[in-house]
Design a protein around this ligand. Sequence first.
Ligand code: F6R
Length: 357
Amino acid sequence: EKGTYPHYMLKEMDEQPTVIRKIIQAYEGDNGELTIDTAILQALQAADRLYIIAAGTSYHAGLIGKQYFEKMTGIPVEVHISSEFGYNIPLLSEKPLFIFITQSGETADSRQVLVKIKELGYPTLTVTNVPGSTLSREADYTLLLHAGPEIAVASTKAYVAQVAVLALTAYVTAQASGKGLEFDLKQELAIAANGIQTMIDSKDVLEDIAEDYLKIARNAFFIGRNVDFYVSLEGALKLKEISYIQAEGFAGGELKHGTIALIEEGTPVFALVTQEAVALNIRGNVKEVVARGAYPCIIAMAGLEEAGDRLVIPHVHELLTPLVSVVPMQLISYYAALHRRCDVDKPRNLAKSVTVE
Ligand code: F6R
């Protein structure tokens, strides 16, 4: 029930801090430490490579998940779009584990891969929000997102749940394998939940940004480097699907290799700056587009901000920035869609779960 909310999407975005806290509780063992099912842990430890298979927003979460597994556990990871993978299966490692990320657990493109992988006899894990869904029933193992029902077609709280559960799974696997991790994920997730709340409490500012940058825009760019690139892909998808503004998420350094030709006087460019190692590089990329007339909206994490940035997001652990940086993207898209009188919860041409290939 959406209660007093005008849209499910707004309600679901507001629930995001609670979702993170629920995930912490759901994956807390008796000793208060984060934990996952032993059989799943063993399957992860036995794998020489993880293959993440997903579509849309879940694919974008998978790109972040790759960073988590590779940085924390040292297990190599490939991330694939499900509709591509099943009809062009790449060379596989000797001991692959397949991880299907799917909010609904019903996406046909992802299911066709699961069916083929089961025929090949490889182990499978589904990360889903829906217990008992098709991909959950058909995979060997399931990890639940605990985000509660997501009704709005545009996925918001399921994305942050996916990112959090992937972080937690990588962290627990790394710990079990004796990898020294210098941070307490439980604590860092709690800090990220507060960071999300701060963004949600900044709706007025985000509505102003939507009005200022997107009221009459025909197109928009989202740029970032490293994980900020992946969040840019998600930001662009959110804006496209609910406001119908053509948007593109791009790796900051790649724009100048062709796409920068599309920048005109006043083209909105949203740039994320949350990663210290590439902060100067992305700021350089912003200068390149500004020199061609772009109207930049720099969203920087506290500690990396500079005068002239449009929004500062709270400081969180550098691996967890996607949990917080995606929220302004979601809210800016929401207000841009509202200002254009779009049907936010049920955008044209889209269905909540895509059960045809
Ligand atoms: C975007 C969106 C879609 C889904 C995609 C996969 O907001 O909702 O891109 O993410 O259709 O759906 P699931 O995760 O249910 O497999």
